[in-house]
Write a protein that binds this ligand. Structure first.
Ligand SMILES: [Zn+2]
Length: 72
């Protein structure tokens, strides 16, 4: 991270917050989990598997980190 760039540097100030989207295994559609994470922490983040009721197929999915897609 370089915080010493000129004032005209592109907008890179502050952490990038990503939303966690869960991919439905039945429909392949994405559903927001309601959680967010700083992008820089994602690679090493330990995500506990949890459950959600899917609005696309009406089933309860248990999801883990590999099912998550990050979105802005
Ligand atoms: Zn689903």
């Amino acid at each position: 991270m370089n915080f010493f760039g000129p004032p005209t540097a592109p907008k890179t100030k502050g952490p990038v917050i990503k939303r966690l989207l869960i991919r439905c295994p039945s429909t392949a559609k994405l559903t927001p989990s309601g959680q967010t994470i700083r992008e820089e922490l994602w690679a090493n983040a330990k995500i506990k598997s949890s459950k959600m009721t899917c609005p696309h197929c009406r089933q309860v999915h248990t999801w883990t980190k590999k099912d998550v897609v990050l979105a802005r």
